[in-house]
Design a protein around this ligand. Structure first.
Ligand SMILES: [Zn+2]
Length: 318
């Protein structure tokens, strides 16, 4: 049993590597390992590969090979014997009959690798910091201050109704040279929306962003990272990319500076797209994010990492 789990874990790792390694050769892998090693040496935080996998599965941005269900697939035989004493459900298990499960985000990334992006090239020592749910009146200005001080340009995924509520902060994001991505108008879970409503969420925010930047963003980050195959196809037909992330700071859990910095630095590698937030809900505290910016930037700069925006990393228009 233990051996089976080990083999499955190995396969998961290979799958994981295969699907995050879109345009890399051995040099990309080496670079990534080297960068991680350097960061681990300086950072006291343990960097378990397993933790990374688990985190990426949870975040929806990663490979999504579900280890937990694979491990439980080999449930011990005495349990199965006990279950066999119960009559079977006539038409099969709930999971087989209920509406067909939509493709997982990992499947969608594999099927549409150039449209549904989780990271940049592992062959370049570049990292993109991204901040979601902007603008707000409390944390976005503080994140902007921290980025200005650090001399870093980032990508802000802005929510349309927040742009309407905080025009001054929006102007500041643009004036300070950051890039803006479309993060919907009202932050709904896209997969629950009708086609018409989904398109309206995108187009309304396009118009709002364009009023400040002069461009409608060429890339979208769906709220919660969630999106359906049909929605990806529609965006692709409109020459848009979907940009999620492969490093999740988990800062929305009100983490402190050290926790945010460790979550980012322990999982970073060349081509990483880092998810942080610069706007929260009522009661949410993103102080940890604000305070972690200088530490993350200083550490990576010492390692020779360049900070790029999403269009800079992916070679796409703003
Ligand atoms: Zn969001």
């Amino acid at each position: 049993m233990k051996k089976i789990i080990t083999i499955i874990s190995g396969v998961s790792l290979i799958l994981m590597a295969a699907c995050t390694n879109t345009n890399t050769g051995p040099s990309g892998m080496e670079l990534r390992q080297q960068m991680r090693k350097e960061i681990r040496q300086e950072h006291s935080a343990p960097v378990p590969e397993q933790g990374r996998l688990q985190q990426e599965e949870n975040s929806g941005g990663g490979a999504g090979v579900n280890r937990t269900s694979q491990q439980s697939a080999g449930a011990d035989s005495s349990l199965m014997r006990l279950q066999a004493s119960t009559p079977e459900l006539e038409d099969g298990l709930e999971e087989q009959i209920r509406e067909p499960a939509p493709m997982s985000l990992a499947d969608l990334h594999r099927k549409y690798p150039s449209t549904f992006v989780l990271s940049g090239s592992e062959g370049r020592r570049e990292v993109a910091l991204t901040f979601d749910d902007a603008p707000d009146a409390v944390f976005t200005p503080l994140v902007l201050d921290a980025l200005k001080k650090a001399g870093v340009k980032a990508t802000f995924f802005c929510v349309g109704n927040r742009i309407e509520a905080h025009p001054d902060v929006m102007r500041r994001i643009v004036a300070e040279g950051h890039v803006v991505g479309n993060h919907s108008y009202s932050h709904p879970n896209f997969i629950k929306l009708s086609d018409a409503r989904f398109r309206e969420e995108i187009q309304k925010t396009d118009r709002l962003v364009k009023a400040y930047t002069g461009y409608a963003p060429s890339f979208v980050r769906p709220p919660y990272g969630n999106i359906s195959e049909e929605q990806i196809k529609w965006l692709a037909s409109n020459k848009r990319r979907v940009v999620n992330w492969n490093v999740d700071s988990l800062d929305w859990k009100n983490l402190n500076r050290e926790q945010v910095a460790v979550n980012v630095l322990a999982h970073i590698g060349p081509g990483a797209i880092v998810l942080q937030h610069s706007g929260g809900g009522v009661g949410q505290d993103l102080t940890g994010t604000v305070q972690a910016v200088p530490e993350i930037v200083a550490k990576l700069k010492r390692d020779g990492v360049r900070f790029v925006t999403i269009p800079g990393m992916l070679g796409i228009p703003q």
